[in-house]
Design a protein around this ligand. Sequence first.
Ligand code: HEC
Length: 125
Amino acid sequence: MTHQIIPRALPRLLCSLILPLALGTLSTSAWAEEPLSDADKAKAEKLFKTQLCMSCHKTDKKLVGPGFAEVAAKYGDDPKAVDTISEHITKGGKGRWGKMAMPPQPQVQPDDVKLLARWIMSMKK
Ligand code: HEC
């Protein structure tokens, strides 16, 4: 009896456990490693201006908030960096860089937030 059940259950068990894990790893590392195309870069720069990030941020140095190159350096090789800073962009935050808080940015669409996060991480030297 049992030797019939196990071989049949095993592939399903493998699928339900390993597939989501493998996919999860793939999708995060794809975000981290995929280089930005010129079109993506241009779109991110436009968002930076139209979403008013530039009223508080510069790419190379501190303004009200941290310079994006500093952010990229801080998160360095963290494979989850894009996800982490995407969340911090949408929800805002304080205390990571100084006393000033960053207000939440719920008006920026999730795809645009992710593109901004990838653009910021691409400034890593
Ligand atoms: C009103 C000013 C203001 C605006 C507008 C603003 N930020 Fe910020 N941002 C800040 C401040 C201040 C901090 C530092 C917060 C802290 O110390 O935790 C910050 C932090 C950050 C960080 C670092 C988060 C981390 O995980 O360390 C990123 C990335 C960022 N901002 C991106 C953006 C983007 C992209 C936009 C536009 C959609 C934006 N910010 C708009 C003020 C602003």
